[in-house]
Design a binder for this molecule. Sequence first.
Ligand SMILES: O=C(O)C(=O)C[C@]1(C(=O)O)C=C[C@@H](O)C=C1
Length: 363
Amino acid sequence: MTQSLEQLRGEVDALNRQILELLSRRGEVVARIGQLKSEEGQRHYDPSREDQQLRELVALNPGPFSDATVKAIFKEIFKASLNLEEVNDKQVLLVSRSKQPEDTVLDIGKLRIGGKAPPLMIAGPCSIESEEQMMVTAAFLAEQGVSILRGGAFKPRTSPYGFQGLGPEGLRIGKQAARAGGQLFVTEIMDTRDIEIMSEYADILQVGARNMQNFALLREVGRSRLPVLLKRGLAATVEEWLYAAEYILSEGNASVILCERGIRTFEKWTRNTLDLSAVVLAKQETHLPVIVDVTHAAGRRDLLLPLARAALAAGADGIHVEVHPNPATALSDNEQQLDFAGYREFAAGLQPFLEAATRYRQS
Ligand SMILES: O=C(O)C(=O)C[C@]1(C(=O)O)C=C[C@@H](O)C=C1
């Protein structure tokens, strides 16, 4: 007796439903495997386990599909399962958008960072060198509408013989200057032992690029309640950067600002390569504010303005730039800091872009 096309299709539909049900059940089991692996810090991809399954399936293959076809179908299933394991992994991250769809907006003093807030400027010298230098800079930047004053009191220098910063005295000067300019003060923390003194002076703690994977430091600033500006490491992937932020959030501090500052590449005409796709990715994948440090990204003054414009167009929540009253005499980074006239020109050139970015964010 020949079966009608309709009957056969009915049989196929019923089999499809069974296959789908089995696939879904398999997916649930795999998700549990994924969770176990995440907890144990194991890699999800396991080629030898895939190989073992393929060999067993080929041995059991009753036909009519060829061994190659069975292998190809199951390889697709492994791929989809792996995705499932990794998606579930990402979803548990506190930094991720899937965990918190809405933007994190930080309220620090009178200032708002992130979300629809206008992009802000962070500026100041690389190192705090003297009271006069900081007071003059803070006054100038206040007049320019800069709301966050930066300056390093503890400096991570390549050479141990380079200027290491004024330490606690630098912190005192930085805070005093920022208060005089009505600004917030951001400065770099390098050592977990400095957390107490830092908390006394800083409004925002910066974790520098070289310390991005200093996990003890990340945990320490995570236990503090101060906002943290987390720079991306010199050679860190976006994933490593976001995991670094996760360390801070996992200790209970959700006030994290990510800062892209260029990465090391083979390019020699710039100090680092500004990775704008990382800015876009960080904005898409996380709910945290993202700012761009154009000074370190470029390492040359002539690129600062176009890179800052591009950063705003890419969705950055702020721009970080180094400004010194007399860069030629600066104790660090004197090649790349702007003097006041340079900053004036930079700010004027950026203004229309800041306004456009503000309108766009509020639309
Ligand atoms: O058994 C595992 O370790 C799994 O992660 C599950 C599974 C699978 O789908 O069978 C998924 C990905 C791995 O590459 C290997 C196997």
